[in-house]
Design a protein around this ligand. Structure first.
Ligand code: GLC
Length: 340
């Protein structure tokens, strides 16, 4: 081959080699990120007025610092964006700016962050509209946070239930993951089973086998008669049904068995676990709530699950916003005080 022919061959081959190298490299890098350990955390900002009117912000920067100082490492931000979308399912600039500032404050305070799409109620009522809105939401939010630190995680949807059967949910989660992966090839995405993220339905959860940047989440409120005593939103309603105790040896054994089932699933499927919600409502007596919260948190930690308690403010609260005080019994159940 003369020089001229060699040059021509290289001119043709070089772009092919470069594109092969780039595409192989991209495939490898998308599979290699590790799922961050979220440690101990709190759910925050569910239905908070900050979302409607940022000037009414009660959740000052100091709260994030205070959460961190008390020993928590992460926050799960509960977002209800559907009602803030226009007819074309576009999010308003104010809502997005509020989210930006929440994420900035939390990360600056040194907290890991889960962006949790918490519109599970409308999703359970109408799976078709839900699909459109979930996809539209992540199509806007995922690219916006493409350069965020890897300690910012996306949770596709909280507690899929009712119309979002396992079959529909498995389809929707796969579609949404594709949308997210276009801009965030290796960000950790949090996904749980249908039927309200109950661990009992982990076997119905279908995840893309090759995608290892997934943190599997479950919620634990068992036994419901204890954790939700007095609640009017359960079916059947537990309004007025108070006085349920917790803490017998049988109660502890049941808790341990449940967590063993979750740990076994995690091992069999090689997927890390986040206990994304657990809590016991104010209707129960504090000493039993304290025992339950502590037992659940320790059961998770013993099996290397990270957890985010439901919730910082509101009901089940570990912080009393009106009195600006931690609820000490719940806080010490979550983060045991070191012996002095
Ligand atoms: C769900 C709901 C929340 C409720 C909690 C316990 O995540 O979003 O409103 O308080 O579970 O029932």
């Amino acid at each position: 081959m003369n020089n001229c022919a060699k040059k021509a061959a290289w001119r043709f081959l070089l772009p092919v080699l470069v594109s092969l190298w780039v595409s192989c490299g991209a495939t490898n890098s998308s599979a290699t990120n590790s799922v961050p350990n979220l440690g101990r955390g709190l759910n925050i900002l569910d239905e908070d007025q900050i979302w409607g009117d940022p000037t009414k912000e009660r959740f000052e920067y100091d709260y994030y610092r205070m959460i961190k100082e008390r020993g928590f490492q992460s926050v799960r931000i509960n977002m209800h964006p559907f009602s803030r979308m226009d007819n074309a399912n576009r999010l308003g600039p104010e809502w997005v700016a509020t989210l930006d500032s929440v994420v900035k404050n939390a990360t600056q305070a040194g907290l890991k962050v889960i962006l949790d799409l918490h519109d599970y109620r409308p999703c359970g009522q109408d799976a078709v509209t839900c699909r459109t809105k979930v996809l539209a939401f992540w199509d806007q939010i995922a690219p916006r946070y493409r350069d965020a630190p890897e300690t910012v995680l996306f949770e596709i949807l909280n507690e899929p239930d009712r119309q979002l059967t396992s079959e529909r949910w498995n389809k929707l989660l796969a579609e949404t993951l594709q949308v997210i992966r276009r801009s965030n090839p290796s960000r950790t995405v949090v996904i749980g089973p249908a039927k309200s993220n109950s661990f009992k339905f982990l076997d119905e959860l279908v995840l893309p086998e090759k995608d290892r940047n997934i943190l599997v989440t479950i919620h634990y409120y068992s036994p419901l008669l204890f954790t939700h005593q007095g609640a009017n939103w359960t079916t059947p309603s537990l309004e007025g049904k108070l006085g349920v105790e917790w803490g017998s040896p049988a109660n502890y054994a049941e808790l341990d068995d449940d967590f063993d089932v979750i740990a076994q699933w995690s091992k069999n499927n090689d997927r890390p676990i986040l206990l994304g919600e657990f809590g016991a409502l104010e209707g129960g007596a504090m000493k039993f709530r304290q025992s339950w919260v502590s037992a659940v948190a320790r059961a998770a930690e013993a099996r290397h699950f990270s957890w985010t308690y439901w919730q910082f403010q509101g009901n089940f609260a570990v912080f009393d916003l009106s009195r600006q005080k931690w609820v000490d019994q719940i806080l010490s159940a979550l983060i045991p005080r070191r012996a002095s």
